[in-house]
Write a protein that binds this ligand. Structure first.
Ligand code: ADP
Length: 482
């Protein structure tokens, strides 16, 4: 079994406590790697290294253009190693190899885009109402960043944080999920190859409470950037707030996918299926509530069930597979529990509804693609994030009804509208309480387009030009010009 080490201050080191834990493959259920089990001592070492790199030495001295160049080189190296890194991720999270390769091929663009932005960070000369003074603003890195990532897309979501943080001149301690740490530990080596000075990016691994919590609490950390569940995000945000730390939170969702009578139904049904079943429903943007207008309700349901039935389950390493296993045993149990809750609450089971026992699923943690009809929006299955392949279908009458149902949830990450009426698309996009609204598409995301949540789905924005501001602080300089 492969035993990994930590990367701190440009060195491979063992965890202070000399302990490792096993990472399992969700398809075979077997352990395949040993990951360092860190504690607060390792966190302190990593944060001290990041702080030293921030406050002195080559990184602190570097021009913004030089930082941008390093980010470009890093992007090239990720592109070179994309296949290898994708395979490591699939071994850990069981997502489809085709999807992970696509993701890893796209990741370099985050480093190119933010590398390009690095030397376009500008302050301003200020107009003043005082004679004899001149004032200007400078944008400075916010400080040491704690970046905490989840298991569903480890290196993509790390890029969303690292690329703008490094472009801004920050240094980083990165903590991947305990379920999927291997790809991050392989990736971090590329920083040396690209020429980043030691200590600019450090990785610690282990459990949230042993490692994540001391990292958030460490007094030298000035910014926390988190992607994960809303329960953990709430806790971390409270911890960060006690020390007035900056925080970006990208949390859960219960995104409505709204199909109107006038939609292109084939497109909408395809969007609904990929919206919920891609990545086995384990994405924050999963379209887990399908709102269907009365007039086409029965037809959509019929087409949807027919399409979802054809989904090929099996080995995530096969290019043929369409639905893979669930990433972790606790997640597997949680999804099955939610399915029972929905049945007991009176939702009508239309497809699936339990563990997948098809021969091609082997010993993996598989859940059948599941569809519930006649769901009421106040049922738990419509209000809580399942993070699995479970779709709830809810009927609506008209635009006002759709808006009321769509917004009647504490999350607000994303929403989609399927219609041929441009006026309706605009009205809906204005009224939906969500950080992203898609019209006649689902799941589109880019390094160029800001992404983040309304309501309980989070704070701050990742991607696009706004993202870099999350890693900067403003300084005003006054000069007495006599
Ligand atoms: P999920 O994996 O379901 O999104 P979490 O939100 O708990 O679940 O995990 C996201 C990330 O947050 C992981 O890297 C995890 O280790 C980390 N984490 C969990 N608990 C804490 C905590 N108390 N403090 C800091 N990080 C945590």
């Amino acid at each position: 079994m492969k035993r990994y080490q930590l990367r701190i201050a440009g060195q491979w080191v063992d965890p202070a406590g000399g302990a490792w834990f096993e990472s399992q493959n969700p398809f075979t259920g077997e352990a395949w790697a040993e990951i360092p089990r860190c504690d607060a001592r390792d966190v302190d070492r990593a944060v001290q290294a990041a702080h030293a790199a921030l406050t002195g030495g080559p990184w602190a001295e570097m021009t913004a253009s030089q930082r941008g160049l390093l980010l470009h080189r890093l992007g090239d190296l990720v592109a070179r190693d994309a296949r290898k890194l994708a395979a490591t991720e699939v071994r850990d999270n069981g997502k489809l190899i085709a999807e992970m390769q696509g993701q890893l091929n796209y990741v370099p663009h985050w480093y190119y885009y933010f590398g390009g932005l690095a030397d376009k960070i500008e302050g301003a000369a200020l107009p003043l109402d005082k004679k004899g003074y001149f004032a200007f603003t400078r944008k400075e890195p916010v400080g040491v960043v704690a970046a905490i990532t989840p298991w569903n897309s480890p290196l993509l979501l790390a890029a969303w944080k690292l690329a703008p943080a490094l472009a801004a001149g920050c240094t980083v301690v990165l903590k991947p999920s305990e379920f999927t740490s291997a790809s991050t530990l392989e990736f971090v080596e590329l920083f040396d190859e690209a020429g980043f000075p030691p200590g600019v990016v450090n990785v610690v691994t282990g459990l949230g409470k042993d490692v994540g919590s001391p990292l958030v609490e460490h007094p030298l950390v000035r910014k926390v950037s988190f992607t994960g569940s809303d329960a953990t995000g709430r806790m971390i945000n409270e911890q960060a707030a006690r020390q007035f730390k900056h925080a970006s939170m990208e949390l859960g969702g219960k995104s409505p996918n709204i199909v109107f009578d006038d939609a292109d139904l084939e497109q909408a049904v395809f969007g609904a299926v990929s919206g919920i079943f891609a990545a086995t429903g384990q994405t924050c943007i999963a379209g887990s509530r399908l709102l269907v207008q009365d007039g086409i309700h029965d037809e959509v349901v019929e087409r949807l069930v027919a399409l979802a039935k054809t989904a090929r389950m099996g080995d995530p390493m096969s290019m043929e597979t369409q639905v893979g296993p669930v990433t972790t045993p606790p997640q597997y149990r949680k999804i099955l529990d939610y399915i029972e809750v929905a049945k007991n609450d009176g939702a009508k089971l239309l497809l699936g509804g339990g563990p997948a026992t098809r021969p091609e699923c082997g010993k993996g943690w598989f859940v059948e693609p599941t569809i519930f009809g006649e769901v009421k929006n106040d049922m738990r299955i419509a209000q809580e994030e399942v993070f699995g392949p479970v779709l709830s279908i809810i009927r609506f009458r008209d635009e006002a009804d759709a808006i009321r149902i769509a917004n009647d949830v504490r999350f607000g990450l994303a929403a989609a509208v399927w219609t041929r009426d441009i006026g309706r698309a605009i009205r809906m996009s204005e009224k939906l309480q969500a950080g992203t609204v898609w019209v006649n598409t689902y799941r589109a995301v880019s390094y160029m387009a800001p992404f983040g949540g309304y309501k309980d789905s989070g704070l701050g924005r990742e991607n696009g030009q706004e993202a870099i501001r999350e890693y900067l602080q403003n300084k005003t300089v006054w000069i007495n010009s006599g």
